[in-house]
Design a protein around this ligand. Structure first.
Ligand code: NDP
Ligand code: 8X3
Length: 247
């Protein structure tokens, strides 16, 4: 039986993906800062799920927590680097620099730290890594500033990982979704249910289930197949084109 470690399993894509992999017969290690959410998921999913309270920005504590995984969950075959967030929707200069630092610490530093910590196991087991990038890492938009930049980092780090892992049998994917419902916009707007409803209502966005199914597919492809990067959007979302400002 294979084991997947999913960061950010307390909500959104991560939680649905934990459900999908347990349903498919994998063991799942789910992480996040909210202990009560992990307990709820553990009650729901049973013995196939092991929750670990973990803040990906606390690298020292993260390494200790991974070192303490119970033996039956310690052999990680697939790492899903899903934990991440956007903070703020305003274009510069109307931004909080501390929000920028939190996004950088979580989406980039946390992601590379947990990847580095699990690489020996993943190489030994010829495992896989799915990194959550975003359309925001490729398509610029006003207000995307540092969030989009962190996701461009995730995409390029994923491709560079592939280059470094050449010949080792480890698969790496940069997964780049567009607009999807989850707690993402609530977090981004620091709790505005109105902003959440306005963005998604009537837009028929991607769902966390869509992302879970996509990750299940990637994670269960034959071992010789690598999806380098995969961008997906809801049909309702497309491209705005370039703008010109006239004096
Ligand atoms: P949610 O807000 O629903 O879930 C985010 C998850 O990340 C939560 O489980 C949260 O757990 C966890 N997380 C955030 N910060 C930390 C931290 N410091 N340490 C540990 N865990 C953390 O968002 P989504 O499910 O939508 O997002 C999942 C990923 O997908 C993110 O990387 C996001 O950037 C990306 N993405 C989202 C899109 C969207 O439109 N929704 C589109 C493209 C990409 P907790 O708070 O308990 O710590
Ligand atoms: C989230 C997608 O378009 O809201 O990564 O920035 S978007």
């Amino acid at each position: 039986m294979k084991t997947v470690l999913i960061t950010g399993a307390t909500a959104g894509f991560g939680r649905e993906t934990a459900r999908r992999f347990v349903a498919g017969g994998w063991k799942v290690v789910g992480t996040g800062r909210r202990a009560e959410r992990l307990e709820e998921l553990s009650d729901e999913l049973g013995a196939g799920f092991h929750g670990v309270v973990l803040d990906v920005t606390d690298v020292a504590a993260m390494r200790v927590a991974l070192g303490r995984l119970p033996a039956e969950f310690a052999g990680i075959d697939l790492l899903i680097n899903n934990a991440g967030l956007a903070l703020g929707i305003n274009p510069v200069p109307d931004v909080e620099v501390d929000d920028w630092f939190t996004m950088i610490d979580t989406n980039t530093k946390g992601l590379v730290a947990i990847t580095q910590a699990l690489l020996p196991t993943l190489i030994e087991r010829r495992g896989g890594i799915i990194n959550l990038s975003s359309v925001a890492g490729r398509w610029p938009y006003a207000g995307g500033n540092v969030y989009g930049a962190t996701k461009a980092f995730v995409k390029q780090f994923s491709l560079n990982l592939r280059a470094d892992l050449h010949g080792k049998g480890v698969r790496v994917t940069s997964l780049e979704p567009g607009m999807a419902t989850s707690e993402f916009t609530l977090v981004r707007t620091k709790g505005s249910a109105e902003a959440h409803d306005k963005l998604y209502s009537g837009a028929n966005p991607l769902t966390s289930e869509d992302l879970a199914e996509t990750m299940w597919w990637i994670g269960n492809l034959p071992p010789h197949v690598n999806v380098n990067s995969l961008e997906l959007m809801p049909v309702s979302q497309s491209f705005g084109g370039l703008k010109v400002h006239y004096d």
